[in-house]
Ligand binder design. Structure first.
Ligand code: FES
Length: 81
């Protein structure tokens, strides 16, 4: 099971994670990953300056933008396009 944790603190949320959360949900659905990937929200982890921040399992990703998140998901989840 892969866990994607999206920071829902106000800074990350307004910088892009509101959109990122939707893109992640759609990506999981479109790639039939609903049985293997779960998405969670987290509170601010005091790294707002780096945001928007997400984690995939224990790996931390900063400055994750809605324009580029799909490429990151493809890479990290091993989706070949
Ligand atoms: S809001 Fe995401 S680290 Fe602070």
């Amino acid at each position: 099971m892969t866990t994607i944790t999206v920071c829902m603190g106000s800074s990350c949320y307004s910088k892009g994670n509101s959109q990122n959360a939707e893109i992640i949900q759609r990506f999981i659905k479109n790639n039939n990953l609903t049985d293997t990937v779960v998405v969670k929200g987290s509170l601010c982890s005091e790294q707002c300056k780096l945001g928007p921040n997400i984690k995939i399992n224990d790996k931390f990703f900063s400055n994750v933008l809605p324009e580029t998140i799909e490429g990151l998901l493809e890479r990290e989840l091993g989706i070949n396009k």
